[in-house]
Write a protein that binds this ligand. Sequence first.
Ligand SMILES: Cc1cc2nc3c(=O)[nH]c(=O)nc-3n(C[C@H](O)[C@H](O)[C@H](O)COP(=O)(O)OP(=O)(O)OC[C@H]3O[C@@H](n4cnc5c(N)ncnc54)[C@H](O)[C@@H]3O)c2cc1C
Length: 366
Amino acid sequence: MSRVVIIGAGIVGLSTARAAVKRGHEVVLLEKGPMPNPQGASFDLHRMIRAHYGAMEGYARMIAPAFDAWDRVWNDLGKEHFENTGAVAISLSPDDYADKTLQTFRKIGLDHEVHDRAGMEALAPHLDLPEGAWGVTGGRGGPLFASAIVTELTDWVRRHGVDMRDNTEVKAIDRAAGIAVLADGTTVQGDLLVIAAGAWVSNLLPELDGNPVYRQALCYVEPPADYKESWRNAPAIVAIGDHGGYTLPDRRGAGLKFGHGGHRRLQRPDITGFGSDLKAESDIVLGAFRPFLKQPDHYTPQRMQVGYYVLDPSRRFKVETNGKSVLVTNCDGQMFKFGPLMGEQIMRAFHGEQSAAELTNWAAAY
Ligand SMILES: Cc1cc2nc3c(=O)[nH]c(=O)nc-3n(C[C@H](O)[C@H](O)[C@H](O)COP(=O)(O)OP(=O)(O)OC[C@H]3O[C@@H](n4cnc5c(N)ncnc54)[C@H](O)[C@@H]3O)c2cc1C
C-alpha cells in the first residue's frame, strides 16, 4: 500500500482519489474550500460530453474510453448521472467545426448521421438556420449532471476511507519529494502527490503564472413557451459554425444553458471572483445566439454560472510527472468528461502500467 496525496477535490482530484482507493492505497485529499467546492470548475448542474472534437481526432477517440470509465463510476455510485440526448454540431460553411468533425468521424469510423437543413428543422425546430446549414450527430453525448456527480463522488471516497481535509489550503509543494506544505507549516507527504488545483495552480507553481486563466460565464435561460419542449428533447449543441455557441438541454430539472466561447475573459478567480452581472452578461451570450433563434425576444435569462480554467493555445491537457508528483493542468472547458478516465490513467502510470511519457502523450491526445 502506498500513500497518495491529492491537492484539489474537483472532478480530477476526486476521480484520482477513487481510482487510488480501488487500487488499495491510503489517500489524503486536500481542498482549500468545502467539499465539493461550488467555486471549482467541476461544480455546475451540467457539463457536456460528446465525441465532436473538430479536427482533434485524438480527443474524439478518447470519448469511448471516457464513457467506459463513467460506466464504472455509475456502477460504484449505483446511479447514472448522464442522459444520452445526443449532441449536434451545425455547419454554416465549409471547413468549420462541424465539417471538420464530420471528417474526423469518417476517419475514425464513428457511426454518425448528417442532417440537412430540413432534418435540422425537425431535430431543433427552435432554431432558425441559414440556407445550406446542416448538422452532424454521432456517438453518445449529452449532459453529465456535474454537481450531483462531484457531490456523490465526495461521499463515495469519504465512505471508502479517504482522509478528507476540507478548508485546508496547500501553500507550497516539493514536487521531487511529494510534499504538500499547509498554512500552519505542517507537511503532508505522499509516495505520489497529485496536483489537481484547477485555475489556482499557479499559486502553487509560480512558473505557471504566465499560463492563461480564463473566466467563463454560462447563461441559464427560460425559452419561449412554444419551444420549451423542443429544447428539452433536442440534442445538445456543440457548435454553430465557428461562432462558439453551445447549449445543454433542460433535463432532470437542470435548466436550459447557453454558453459562448467569445464570452471567455482572461481573468483570475482570486481577483475577479464569482459575481456576475446578469443583464450585461446574458445580453452578450444571448446576443450571440439571436441570429439562430426563432422568437429571440422571448428568452428570459435566469442566472449566470461563473467558472475558471487554464487554457493555453495548444488546447491539449498537460499531465506532467516530476519526482513524486503528477501535475494535471490546461484542463480548458473540456476536462469534466474525461475526469474519471484521467484518474484511472494516473494510477496506471503510478503502478508502472504505462510510463510517465505515455501518460503525458495520452493526455495530450497525440
Ligand atoms: C464554464 C465552464 C464550462 C465548462 N464546460 C465543460 C463541458 O461542457 N464539458 C467538459 O467536459 N468540461 C467542461 N468544462 C471544464 C471542466 O469543468 C473542467 O476542466 C474540470 O471541471 C476541471 O476539474 P479540476 O478537478 O481540474 O478543477 P476544479 O474543479 O476547479 O477543482 C480544483 C480544486 O482545487 C482546489 N484548490 C486549488 N488550489 C488549492 C490549494 N492550494 N490547496 C487546496 N485546494 C486547492 C480548488 O478549491 C478546487 O476545488 C467547463 C468549465 C467551465 C469553467
